[in-house]
Write a new protein. Structure first.
Length: 807
């Protein structure tokens, strides 16, 4: 009587993907040859990761049927928004020959689940895009065999080494593992890691046959009350201070533990262990025969006002179990301290007649119930006269964090200065007063005159050329009106100019007053310096947007710099440089660096040698020259310009001529237009011969749109499902480092085309389907590709009659 079990239940994790994922439901028309095997997608060994044993992507940077490491690494890992995961099992039944079998010719285990069926009416209604992984164990004995039949990708690793590699998007394929060939030790237990992917419509077959017993360790998951399904427990996924309300994680197995089982986990989240909750150990033991255990989260009470914080537990791989579909869970810790109320002026400016201001009172956490917040009203504005009276309290509704208080001005005919409304929070029930307890809104009068400032004489100069500001009102002052202003700028009051008072009075009935800027002459050579007057708010007037103006003081001691193009024309060939000259109106008292900017249509470093952007006039000299050296190139160009503009700097002034131009001419002629190359398959079908040479060949022509004056050597790549040298005479003459096959064809000078023959070969393979040869034109010297896109040709090799060998 057999001691073998009647069935094997193999558990693992299925992950569902959207059809829009780059690696799923790929477009076969974009890859030469279409669907097929994609060998070597993963490395030959597994990698131990925090998520368990995972295959290592081997694309550099991609493979024909995958799009790169970042996308592949999502296949067998939980990625929110990219995939959804569930635990899954298959049951293998033991046959009369003691071979366990599972077969499903329509393997769609998650129809209507997770992301759901996405393909619509064009295909049978299934959920086509998913992966399945299982991590099982077996004990090796001689003679054991494992077989698989199905589609698409399958990788199997035994003892961490790859033993099956049938990656790609393809029809159902068969593979088998003869364990006797793997060098295993009889009687020893080994890991058996299984990675499967179903990636494309419109079918999915899945069959396993195994002559040995595969054992699936229990699936370990971590859950809380909100994601535990039918599990019933008193503890939940939230905790709160002062420690009476605990949270809990549940670590579960899909079947009872056969021995005491230790499961590790790591703890993260915004809550701090030892400060916000009692530290967790990082591991838990599920006793033999049990299927779950509980990890309590005990909060620590503190006086801090805190937002809700999280404790996140993530399972770690270990011995005796697999990682299930829920490897991470979260418990939130709510604070028991009162919310803190603060106030800001979200719109601090109000104005007659109807421009409102606004305060916002905020809580640092949502109100647990409707809460009334008290405030005191102060300021220089009068409630009921200058603005609509405020209530003195406002209610924040349950679950809300802020409330608004609107300040509505009352229009009157009085000319008034700006007035304030000040709100100060007061203590109350159910909240605390935070740090920002007071805020101010200013009400501006619409009856007061508007004041502006301009520089009526914005230039002053040593020794006695004064500058001038004018302060203006848009209507005559009803009384003497004092306007306040601040003074800034790079000039120093009392050193560079006579100090200004900071305020000025516009007499009753007047609309303007002037402020002179009187320079102080000194012997220091200085750059231009500025005096900036900025109007300040005050009683009886309003500020306009133009509330600042500038007067510049020029030094009379510094030399004046000008620039001219002393040689305004330059030429590439024959080589002829241009020249700028920068001059002073008096000799420099010391070495002086003159700054300049460079513009124009010519490109520095391409059309001419780059200029430095500054030049030194030595002590005692009055000028310096800047040469413009053209760079000869083969480009056809119109005349281009180099424009040099002097910039302000220390120790000199700018004169009237601050910009000059040199024009650069070109010596090149219009290059000839290259011929356009295209390819066409004039005979797109060929047939394999039975015996002897081929008689039905495929024919392609590579063509030019006009004859060339010299031979044109055209480069092409070769692809398709047919094998060069096996199915047809090779068309390539080299293989590139990326494995791409490449060849060339020469169109003689004066000719318009050259012919490429696709010559089939007889082989010993019977019952083949038609195969393709695809020729892709590539860029090269002396021609350009057809802009209409006729750069690819396809020849199909049909299967001919065979002289089958006699048995």
């Amino acid at each position: 009587m057999s001691t073998l079990p009647d069935k094997l239940v193999l558990t693992g994790v299925i992950r569902d993907f959207h059809k829009s994922h780059p690696d799923f439901e790929m477009d076969d028309t974009q890859i030469p040859g279409g669907f097929g095997l994609d060998l070597g997608i993963v490395e030959t060994t597994l990698q131990n990761t925090p998520e368990g044993r995972k295959p290592i992507y081997a694309g550099k940077p991609r493979t024909p049927w995958t799009t790169g490491k970042e996308n592949f690494d999502q296949w067998y890992r939980n990625v929110p928004g990219i995939n959804k995961a569930i635990d899954f099992s298959i049951t293998l039944k033991r046959g009369s020959n003691n071979v366990y079998t599972y077969e499903n010719k329509a393997f769609f285990p998650i129809d209507g689940k997770l992301f759901g069926n996405e393909m619509g009416r064009a295909y049978p209604d299934h959920n086509y895009h998913f992966t399945f992984e299982g991590h099982w164990r077996f004990t090796y004995q001689p003679g054991q065999v494992f077989k698989f039949f199905g589609d698409d990708d399958l990788w199997i690793f035994i003892d961490g080494k790859r033993v099956v590699d049938i990656g790609g998007v393809h029809k159902s394929m068969a593979t088998s593992i003869e364990l006797d060939k793997l060098g295993l030790t009889p009687g020893k237990a080994y890991d058996f890691d299984f990675f499967f992917a179903e990636r494309h419509t419109s079918e999915s077959q899945f069959r396993i046959d195994t002559s040995f017993e595969l054992i699936a360790p229990p699936l370990a998951n971590i859950i809380t009350k909100t994601n535990q399904g039918t599990l019933v427990a008193p503890d939940d996924d939230s905790a709160s201070e002062p420690g009476l309300d605990t949270g809990a994680f549940f670590i579960t197995l899909d079947k009872p533990a056969t021995e005491d089982l230790t499961i590790g986990y790591v703890v993260t989240g915004t809550a701090q262990p030892g400060a916000d909750y009692q530290p967790l150990s990082g591991s838990v033991t599920i006793a033999k025969g049990q299927t779950q255990t509980k990890v309590l989260v005990n909060p620590i009470d503190d006086p801090l006002i805190e937002a809700t914080e999280t404790v996140i537990a993530t399972l770690q791989p270990g011995t005796g179990y697999q990682m299930g579909s829920n490897s991470t869970a979260t418990v939130t810790i709510a604070d028991n301290d009162l919310p803190a109320a603060t106030i800001v002026a979200s719109d601090p400016s109000s104005a007659e007649p109807a421009d409102t201001g606004e305060f916002i009172i905020s809580f640092d956490q949502p109100a647990l119930k409707d809460l009334s917040v008290n405030y005191l009203v102060g300021g220089t504005a009068e409630p009921g006269v200058d603005y609509q009276p405020l209530a003195g309290s406002v209610t924040l509704a349950q679950g809300q964090t802020q409330a608004k208080i609107v300040v509505s001005p009352i229009d009157d005919r009085l000319i008034e200065g700006p007035e304030t409304v000040i709100l100060t929070l007061q203590p109350g029930s159910g909240y605390q007063v935070g740090t920002a307890a007071s805020a101010t809104v200013t009400i501006w009068d619409n009856d007061a005159p508007v004041v502006t400032v301009i520089g009526t004489d914005p230039g002053a100069a040593e020794p006695a050329d004064t500058g001038e500001f004018a302060i203006n009102l848009d209507q005559a002052a009803l009384t003497d009106l004092t306007i306040s202003y601040s003074v800034s700028g790079s000039a120093q009051p009392g050193v560079d100019y006579q100090a200004l008072s900071g305020n000025v009075t516009i007499p009753q009935g007047q609309t303007q007053v002037k402020i002179p800027v009187v320079p102080i002459d000194d012997a220091t050579v200085e750059a231009p310096e500025t005096v900036i007057v900025t109007l300040q708010a005050g009683a009886g007037y309003q500020l306009a947007d133009a509330s600042s103006a500038t007067v510049t003081i020029w030094d009379d001691d510094a030399p004046t710099a000008t620039i001219v193009a002393t040689d305004p024309n330059a030429q590439e060939s024959p080589w002829d440089p241009g020249e700028f000259t920068i001059s002073f109106d008096q000799a420099a008292l010391s070495d002086l660096s003159i700054s300049y900017s460079v513009g124009g249509s010519a490109t520095p470093g391409v059309d001419y040698q780059t200029l430095s952007s500054s030049v030194i006039i030595p002590q005692g000299q009055t000028q310096v020259k800047i040469p413009v050296n053209p760079i000869d190139d083969a480009l056809v160009e119109a005349p281009e310009t180099i424009v040099v503009s002097l910039q302000p700097g220390g120790g000199y002034r700018l004169g009237a001529s601050t910009t000059a131009t040199v024009t650069l001419g070109s010596n090149d002629v219009q290059a000839a237009v290259l011929p356009t190359v295209s390819i066409v398959a004039t005979d797109p079908n060929a047939t394999e011969p039975g015996q002897g040479p081929a008689t039905d060949i495929g024919i392609c022509f590579v063509r030019l749109d006009k004859a060339a004056a010299q031979d044109v050597n055209v480069t092409y790549f070769v692809g398709g499902s047919a094998t060069p040298g096996g199915d047809y005479q090779p068309l390539h003459n080299r293989q590139l480092p990326n494995k791409q096959l490449a060849g060339n064809i020469v169109i003689p000078k004066g000719q318009l085309q050259a012919r490429l023959n696709v010559v089939p070969k007889a082989d010993l393979v019977y019952n083949e389907t038609p195969e393709t040869v695809v020729i892709f034109l590539q860029n090269g010297a002396g021609y350009r590709l057809d802009p209409a896109g006729q750069n690819k040709a396809l020849v199909t090799i049909q299967v001919g009659a065979r002289n089958k060998p006699q048995g």
